[in-house]
Design a protein around this ligand. Structure first.
Ligand SMILES: *Cc1c(COP(=O)(O)O)cnc(C)c1O
Length: 455
């Protein structure tokens, strides 16, 4: 499997590339999968092997890997106007049209859009906006950011500080003033004698207590993914957003929905904020925004934050922030097409149509004695492996159970993602019934094989 020849793609990749978010022992043992192209939901490697990519690339290639309409939108825009910025009072027509479209499809009746190149930068931008806004409004001390343990908001210094993962300690992060509340995962975090409603109430109380302890006037905002993605696909506990929304409102703390994964249909509605009736003050978007065909992120401000940001910027007659490629015309043209594809080519309907089949497949695999829980919403789901189902005891970390399962899947032509001791599935919106059946069949075989090996 692993081609060690010095001129192999595997050796060249390892010699020349420094890997991020990669299990290095797996790469050393198995080599790198070097890909050349994709066909629908499949990707193909340099040896001609085909893999069903059950993670839509990195959650984002929702229209598959060869959508001709998206390719054509890119080609046409490259031919017309291949690049421009959005500084100094200039921007491309595509940028204007996309902003109008994003506000129109957002849950807001009106609003304003600011562009970045990534989700991390969009979260960073939102934090800078809140700091800028509070300073202009005479509250320069209102800088603290509330997020949750297991949240994933990105990798820049600020968005990594928002991310609630232990691995960021290797960078000496989080920065001061980033506060992580309990993850709203009832199955894992709920106490033995606690109902789900009591669990949710405890988390709401924790938020109240945290605000009281820190001082409401020191807090700039609360950021939350509707369903946590890279934390292991964790839908909120029942009534979670309904419990925390009024508390944040009472204390004047904006609620920012990080919709980088959930946005544009992943949960079966256009926004996770609609699925859970979150009523955010702003939305962070990326990934699906361009169906993964262009690196791009966006901050979508709802009416109140848009007005307050405008007033704050008017004070110094400028918002001193932006990226060279913010609002790139090709990215905007692709995003306009991506939204059109999701709305008008039946992708959103297909998410809804496939969801029962997806849930049934997950539920069936969760019958296995070493699967503790299945969870998910729409077309994002996870299976969590456990050594003991009754006590929810995880496997010994040294067994690398989820990496083994994912590697075995890869051997059988299925790409899925190990996350902690869970296996995450996030199929593209274009999947057919037959492809979904193929996904579950390959995953089931891999689970059986790995559990037989380690137990
Ligand atoms: C991926 C992700 C980000 C970061 O986006 P990048 O484009 O990788 O910087 C932020 N928030 C969420 C919820 C994400 O899933």
């Amino acid at each position: 499997m692993h081609d060690d020849a010095p001129n192999s793609w595997e050796s060249r990749a390892e010699a020349s590339s420094f890997y991020g978010f990669t299990d290095l022992p797996s790469v050393r043992e198995r080599g790198t999968v070097v890909l050349t192209h994709g066909e629908g939901p499949y990707v193909v490697d340099v040896h001609g092997r085909r893999y069903l990519d059950a993670n839509s690339g990195l959650w984002n290639m929702v229209a598959g890997f060869d959508h001709p309409g998206l390719t054509k939108a890119a080609q046409d825009q490259y031919a017309r106007f291949p690049g421009y910025h959005a500084f100094f009072g200039r921007m491309s027509d595509q940028t204007v049209m996309l902003s109008e479209k994003l506000v129109a499809v957002s849950p807001f009746e009106r609003g304003k859009v600011f562009y970045t190149n990534s989700g991390s930068e969009a979260n960073d931008t939102m934090v800078k906006m809140l700091w800028f806004l509070n300073a202009a409004e005479g509250r320069p001390q209102a800088r603290k950011i509330l997020t949750r343990i297991n949240a994933y908001h990105g990798v820049t210094v600020v968005s990594a500080s928002m991310t609630g993962k232990p691995y960021n300690s290797v960078f000496g992060l989080p920065l001061d003033g980033f506060i992580h509340l309990t993850c709203p995962h009832y199955w894992r975090e709920g106490r033995a004698d606690e109902t789900e409603a009591e669990f949710t109430a405890r988390l709401a109380q924790e938020l109240e207590d945290t605000i009281a302890r820190e001082g409401a006037d020191t807090i700039a905002g609360f950021f939350a993914e509707p369903v946590m993605g890279a934390g292991g696909v964790i839908p909120p506990s029942e009534g979670y957003f309904q419990a925390i929304r009024p508390i944040l409102r009472k204390h004047g703390i904006p609620l920012i929905a990080d919709e980088v994964i959930c946005g544009f249909g992943r949960t079966g509605e256009m926004w996770g904020s609609l699925t859970y009736d979150i009523q955010p003050d702003a939305i962070i978007s990326s990934k699906n925004l361009t169906a993964g065909f262009f690196p791009m992120g966006a901050v979508i401000l709802g009416p109140e934050l848009a007005d307050r940001m405008q007033a704050a910027a008017d004070v110094i007659e400028e918002f001193p922030h932006g990226f060279t490629a913010s609002g790139h015309p090709v990215g905007c043209a692709i995003a306009l097409k991506a939204i059109d594809v999701i709305e008008n080519e039946g992708l959103l309907e297909n998410v809804r149509r496939l969801t029962p089949r997806f849930e049934a497949g997950l539920a069936q695999l969760a019958d296995h004695p070493h699967i503790g829980e299945w969870r998910g919403k729409g077309l994002m789901g996870a299976l969590e492996a456990v050594q003991d189902k009754a006590t929810k005891t995880p496997f010994d970390g040294a067994l690398s159970v989820s990496e083994r399962i994912a590697n075995t899947c890869t051997d059988h032509g299925l790409i899925c993602r190990p996350l902690g001791q869970s296996i995450v599935l996030c199929p593209p919106f274009i999947m057919t019934d037959a492809q979904m059946d193929e996904m579950f069949e390959k995953l089931e075989n891999a689970l059986k094989q790995v559990f037989a090996e380690i137990t």
